[in-house]
Design a protein around this ligand. Structure first.
Ligand code: ZN
Ligand code: ZN
Length: 277
């Protein structure tokens, strides 16, 4: 048995609307990982979480774990209009890191309250719990999750999820690789390679290398860096995401051709896609 991954959305920073964004999708980052024993783990809660809730609504109601890389709005905003949060049939464990500016409880309860949203999280009928992501990692059923801090303004965590069936992936959205320290580099490479190279690397490709100098400190990585990390850590399959909000389908198709010429095992994430790992 393997893990299955559903891409609710992988747009960066802000949703992108209109027919020019149909193929790759305009919803911000939210992914659903289904473990080999049916575990349901949501990675970030951008507007793509609406599509994930539609997928979940077709399955048996119950427990969902939502893991946050960090709390920038594009990774959180999908919680507001999430129908499952308004139903007593569902229970959510929101798990995430604590940074200098706060942790998962502060971020979620701050958003799901006035003046940002009319209905407080306390009025939502789903059972809601908050858990600070522990340094030693967590277990979600048979899924083992490890975290690794990566350079990003305010902080961000990359995760490795390993299934008892043997499959594993690394999720590294919102990472500014050029700003890494030697310790950051060692820790992230360990995450990618221990105990064996992950089967899939999902990584920030907001910029191309030619733009990177103009956007130092914006918190993102180039697709070229993403491919180099995969090649140097022995990861065969790469999914690039956090697509720039202005990059339309034509631009992303052209970019994907360049990416595939450089690395046949790499592709750009498309919203609505199911991937078997
Ligand atoms: Zn982001
Ligand atoms: Zn961010």
């Amino acid at each position: 048995m393997t893990m299955r991954l559903f891409i609710g959305g992988m747009r960066g920073s802000q949703p992108a609307l209109g027919s020019r964004f149909d193929e790759f999708g305009g919803d911000t980052t939210s992914l659903l990982l289904v473990g080999s024993h049916g575990e349901r783990l949501v990675l970030d809660a951008g507007t793509g979480m609406r599509a994930i809730s539609e997928q979940l609504a077709q399955t048996e109601s119950g427990r969902v774990t939502v893991l946050f890389s960090h709390y920038h709005l594009d990774h959180l905003i999908g919680l507001t209009m999430n129908p499952l949060l308004y139903s007593p049939k569902w229970s959510f464990n929101f798990i995430g890191p604590t940074f200098a500016d706060g942790g998962v409880h502060d971020a979620v309860t701050g958003l799901l309250a006035q003046p940002y949203w009319p209905i407080s999280w306390k009025q939502m009928r789903a059972k809601i719990e908050f858990t600070e992501f522990p340094a030693e990692g967590i277990q979600v059923g048979g899924l083992h999750v490890q975290g690794c801090p990566v350079p990003h303004p305010g902080g961000s965590l990359a995760y490795r999820v390993s299934d008892t069936g043997g499959a594993s992936l690394v999720f590294a959205t919102d990472i500014e690789w050029q700003k890494r320290t030697p310790a950051d580099e060692t820790a992230f490479r360990m995450l990618c390679t221990t105990p064996a190279p992950a089967n899939l690397l999902i990584i920030d490709a907001h910029f191309g290398r030619e733009q990177q100098e103009a956007f130092v400190g914006w918190g993102h990585t180039s697709w070229q860096d993403g491919l180099e990390i995969a090649a140097s850590t022995g990861i065969q399959r790469v999914l690039l995401g956090h697509h720039a909000p202005g990059a339309d389908d034509a631009a992303l198709r052209a970019l994907e051709q360049q990416v595939k010429n450089a690395s046949p095992g790499a592709a750009l994430a498309r919203a609505g896609q199911w991937i078997v790992i």
